[in-house]
Design a protein around this ligand. Structure first.
Ligand SMILES: [Zn+2]
Length: 225
């Protein structure tokens, strides 16, 4: 009987996050399932066998923003980069499937008993790709913006990369808000409309420009500029 191991892709991500946040809490980290986890979350068990190697294809990463691992950022990075090794991600009452799952790359409500507010769950695909130890792209985790106050304030007439990043975020992270929005780096009528819709849904003053309160909400959603 060959001993189980955690899929190499997950071990690589763990190593990257530990390097980025060496003092982070690991209180809610986990790979192999305990009894409670096993009953609800089978990817924590070594049910996948590739070339006689039993593999665990899920890991939990503890949310510890004070020590450098903000799972909202991590979730946004995973969404943004759409790595083919992702089967699904659960974070903060939402679930997102990878390319092979239902509604790929869209965050959907997650109503499981554990809301996943203390850790992010990542399952990787059940094929050879999960054994790739290629580095994960973690733009946000290495962003120099350290809080919502560091995000740019934007309004009609602004243009450039900051507007482009905002548009991409609104389009792809929350497509229902984005309407006709084209990511062109120009803060025009469609950007105003998308920002207004975002503000309306969040109960913020609907002003169509991005100031501190909207940046705080965007930050909460994982946006890092
Ligand atoms: Zn889990």
């Amino acid at each position: 009987m060959v001993a189980w191991k955690v899929a190499e892709s997950l071990e690589r991500l763990l190593a990257q996050l530990n390097a980025l946040a060496p003092h982070r809490s690991k209180a809610s980290d986990g790979s192999i399932g305990d009894a409670a986890h096993a009953s609800r979350d089978s990817d924590h068990n070594p049910w996948l066998v590739l070339n006689d190697q039993p593999l665990v294809t899920a890991r939990d990463f503890t949310h510890d923003p004070a020590s450098g691992l903000d799972c909202a950022t991590l979730a946004n990075d995973l969404w943004w980069n759409k790595d083919e090794r992702i089967k699904y991600v659960i974070w903060n009452r939402r679930i997102m499937s990878g390319a092979g799952g239902p509604s790929p790359w869209l965050w959907r409500n997650y109503n499981g008993t554990n809301p996943h507010t203390k850790h992010l769950h990542l399952s990787v695909v059940a094929d050879a790709r999960c054994r790739s130890a290629r580095a994960w792209i973690l733009d946000g985790a290495t962003s120099s913006v350290s809080g919502p106050a560091g995000l740019p304030q934007l309004e009609e007439g602004d243009s450039g990369p900051a507007v482009l990043h905002l548009q991409r975020f609104l389009k792809r992270y929350a497509p229902s808000y984005a309407g006709q929005l084209v990511a062109d780096g120009e803060y025009g009528p469609h950007t105003i409309a998308a920002v207004s819709e975002y503000q309306k849904r969040l109960g913020l003053p609907v002003v169509g420009r991005v100031g501190p309160r909207t940046n705080a909400a965007l930050w909460q959603a994982g946006y890092r500029g």
